[in-house]
Design a protein around this ligand. Structure first.
Ligand code: HEM
Ligand code: SF4
Ligand code: SF4
Length: 512
């Protein structure tokens, strides 16, 4: 399993690096797959509501109403129909890529299981939406789907009368089943929306909107596709004849040709078994639990910055329990905490300028203490002996260890946003280094979701705790790159060291 994840991760990170060249990192579709899923859902929902205005929900006129939209009103309802179909297809594509990517990045195990587990049933709902939608058109493809689906459902031991009997010939066909399909096609998306909402409940500031340029570009592409290849029907359904040739939508109807070779009961077993297997993946193998953040009440002043910055809604502010003169205190919800340490980077008490004995912040990870980070900084600085000395604070996932050498010493932590900005000030003002580099995952693709964003905002003075203005910015560089971009990372460090050569060394500055 680990080897498969590694292989897929390398593929995705390389693909991401290539698409970054074309789209820029912010608009990179690979890092926006989940948000694109939401976007396609909303396009399908919006166009679906428009189509419903013209759609005749009775079985006798349904086909004619769709034909009217497609041909007589090709410029409006016709385009809407195509957008409805293509956004639904695109939803399937991005959701499958999204699953593979989250799996490859291992964002599903341990306490992260929740998003995965709530994601799994969305797959069934997406298919129920798609299949019921094809059914409503009541063309030859719908006829094939109706018969194949009901025969397949009849292999389940739930129905007294075979439901496929409804589609024996034109005399047995009634409105009942069709009305049920209309009902399903309206309520399944609503339930899907509920699950999508649940899916990101443990994510503070869930990213459900793709960046504007990506959204506009995607909409234009779908529109162009709709104009060049409009969605059309495949002739009216006629239960007295068997459709000869059909064009299947492989995104939604892939399982149907399988029914010709795999008995229906077995196909149910494969699909239900596959779903259960997917649902169990967060525990294959189980993740060793990591220590969660702990609050030191003596040092917590109830400012709430950790709540603001925690990407996983794992901290709440509660009334004070220790009698200190503050209204509230931070409380960690252990089940939600992903041990990223970002809260420690946000806490105003995490400053290395405090005396060593006192360096216990309001909140921190027990196995990555802020006092330990200060010790590591001092020790790393002592090991540096190049002409220009750089301390690199890096995320464990960024693959930045390769930067280590006489000129640069790397200190890793779960997420680079665990670093309180005061450490940069500390390293430079105490002349421990000539320069500081922060190295993290690619922009917008932080393993802990928001680490790169918070770090950028703290450095730019847009978010507390911000980097003091006295810190010489020319001695600080950030490197946001996927772990596979080792050479680009090394190049960024060499360039930084070259730039530092144009500045006096920290030692010279001290003696001036
Ligand atoms: C309609 C289908 C889906 C949509 C629209 C969707 C959307 C999203 C979005 C927007 C995020 C990112 C939230 C953020 O970082 O702010 C996300 C995260 C995630 N999704 Fe989905 N998703 C869907 C289906 C699935 C499925 C089927 C699975 C897996 C079986 C899945 C697994 C995950 C995981 C593991 C994460 C990351 C959790 C974390 O960072 O801890 N999603 N999804
Ligand atoms: S950021 Fe620190 S001081 Fe502020 S509420 Fe959180 S733990 Fe307390
Ligand atoms: S370690 Fe990360 S997930 Fe846990 S409370 Fe702190 S910020 Fe939230």
């Amino acid at each position: 399993m680990a080897a498969l994840k590694r292989f897929l991760r390398t593929l995705f990170l390389r693909w991401e690096a290539v698409l970054e060249l074309a789209f820029g990192q912010q608009n990179n579709p690979v890092v926006n797959l989940g948000a694109l899923g939401w976007y396609f859902f909303w396009i399908a929902a919006g166009t679906g509501i428009y189509l419903y205005i013209f759609f005749d929900t009775g079985i006798t006129n349904a086909y004619a109403s769709v034909e009217y939209m497609t041909h007589d009103q090709w410029y409006a309802a016709g385009v809407m129909r195509s957008l409805h179909r293509y956004s639904s297809d695109a939803l399937v594509v991005v959701v499958f890529l999204h699953i593979l990517r989250e799996f490859s990045l291992d964002r599903l195990r341990g306490r992260r299981f929740f998003a995965w587990i709530t994601g799994v049933p969305t797959l069934w709902l997406i298919y129920i939406c798609g299949i019921s939608g094809y059914w409503l058109i009541w063309d030859k493809l719908a006829q094939y789907i109706a018969i194949a689906t009901t025969e397949w459902l009849d292999t389940l031991p739930f129905f007294g009368e075979p439901i496929a009997n409804n589609f024996l010939n034109s005399t047995t066909l009634g409105n009942r089943f069709f009305t049920l399909m209309v009902f399903i096609h309206i309520f399944a998306p609503l339930f899907l929306l509920f699950l999508m909402w649940l899916h990101i409940q443990r994510h503070a500031r869930g990213r459900v909107n793709p960046p504007r340029s990506l959204a506009v570009g995607t909409a234009i592409t779908l529109l162009a596709l709709s104009l060049v290849y409009p969605a059309v029907s495949q002739g009216p359904a006629d239960l007295d004849t068997v459709p000869a040739t059909l064009q299947l939508d492989w995104f939604y109807l892939l399982a149907y040709p399988l029914l010709d070779v795999v008995p229906g009961g077995k196909l149910w077993l494969i699909l239900v078994g596959g779903t259960l297997f997917l649902a169990l993946l967060p525990w294959v193998p189980p993740l060793k639990p990591t220590p969660v953040a702990v609050v030191s009440l003596d040092n917590c002043n109830g400012c709430g910055r950790c709540v603001e910055d925690c990407p996983f809604s794992a901290i709440t502010m509660e009334p004070r329990s220790d009698g200190l003169a503050f209204d509230t205190q931070a409380v960690v919800l252990a089940d939600n905490c992903m041990s990223c340490g970002i809260c420690a980077g946000a806490c105003p008490t995490s400053t290395p300028f405090r005396r060593a004995r006192e360096l216990i912040p309001g909140i921190e990870l027990p196995d990555h203490s802020i006092a330990g980070l200060r010790e590591k900084t001092v020790a790393a600085a002592a090991r540096l002996n190049g002409a220009r000395r750089v301390v690199v604070y890096a995320c464990e996932k960024a693959g930045a260890e390769v930067l280590g050498g006489p000129d640069a010493q790397v200190i890793t932590m779960p997420c680079v946003a665990m670093l309180p900005p005061a450490f940069i000030d500390f390293a430079l003002s105490r002349r421990l280094a000539d320069g500081v580099m922060l190295a993290g995952c690619a922009e917008g693709d932080c393993y802990f979701r928001l680490g790169d964003e918070w770090t950028r905002q703290r450095l730019a003075g847009q978010r507390d705790p911000y980097l003091r203005s006295r810190v010489p910015r020319e001695r600080l560089v950030t490197s946001w790159l996927p772990a596979v971009s080792t050479r680009r990372r090394q190049h960024a460090l060499s360039q930084f060291i070259d730039a530092l050569r144009a500045l006096p060394t920290a030692d010279n500055e001290r003696t001036r």
